[in-house]
Design a protein around this ligand. Structure first.
Ligand code: HEC
Length: 237
């Protein structure tokens, strides 16, 4: 083999995948225009500003390190590829009298804003977490806990809830610490702890819970990326 053939082979082997897997996708994502609402399609004007309060970057790092993505996806597929959009509380909110905007949609790149990696997930052993923040608000209201405490309860022992006694969602005691109980009001969680002690979330625990609560699909997105194409409803308003 001549040196020239070797070099052509080397460039083809590494250059083509680099071009297709890194350079082209990067350029495509960089060129995404700011998205605007239009009166005609969305019933309002303005630029779409995705909002996502919470400890996104820290929380995403804990989510990755603990391997949540092995069993949980964060990917709402388009309607031609699955029924995710129609599953209750998965893709967003169905319209109601109090909340007439239909926020159900497939995943778009803004849903991963603030994260280093898009945690699309490996398997669906557990439910998709794209909209888990809104579901947790509901579970919390049903159980009388705060949304944060509901999640701590779940991460401490998913089998403690009678409805999911069968759960295979692992326990994550490494996200908590047991400290002496000096009667610090409100700091302890409703979790089993030895006498004179109480369980409190560690900093990593707080970060992941803040991250999970940021996973909400409750804002209106422009018609151009709302794949439900809910034109009729906007023009009715
Ligand atoms: C071995 C697979 C597995 C892993 C790993 C896993 N989960 Fe789960 N998870 C499940 C299953 C199955 C369920 C459904 C049963 C239930 O609600 O407990 C679930 C449920 C949940 C729910 C409740 C969702 C809902 O809408 O009811 C949350 C929140 C959750 N997991 C968070 C996490 C987080 C955060 C991690 C990583 C720290 C994680 N899970 C890792 C399997 C897993």
């Amino acid at each position: 083999m001549s040196f020239k053939t070797f070099m052509i082979g080397l460039i083809a082997t590494f250059g083509v995948p680099l071009l297709l897997l890194v350079v082209v996708p990067h350029a495509v994502l960089k060129s995404v225009d700011p998205l605007e609402f239009t009166e005609k399609d969305d019933g309002r004007e303005g630029i779409y500003v995705p909002k996502r309060p919470g400890r996104i970057e820290d929380g995403a790092a804990v989510y990755a390190a603990e391997g949540c993505y092995i069993c949980h996806t964060q990917l709402i597929r388009p309607t031609f590829a699955g029924s995710d959009v129609w599953r209750p509380d998965w893709a967003g909110l169905a319209p109601t009298v109090d909340q007439p905007v239909d926020t159900r949609r497939e995943t778009n790149i803004f849903d991963y804003r603030g994260e280093d990696f898009a945690q699309i997930g490996l398997t669906r052993t557990g439910p998709d977490l794209s909209n888990v923040g809104l579901r947790v608000d509901r579970y919390a209201a049903e159980t009388g806990l705060t949304p944060e405490n509901w999640l701590y309860w779940h991460l401490w022992d998913a089998r403690a809830k009678p409805a999911t006694y069968w759960s295979v969602c692992p326990s994550y005691p490494q996200l908590f610490k047991t400290v002496p109980d000096y009667g610090q009001a409100g700091a302890g969680l409703p979790l089993d702890a030895p006498d004179g002690k109480m369980v409190v979330p560690s900093d990593r625990g707080r970060a992941i819970v803040s991250y999970l609560l940021s996973l909400k699909k409750n804002d209106q997105v422009p018609y151009s990326i709302n794949y439900r194409r809910n034109k009729k409803r906007a023009s009715e308003q």
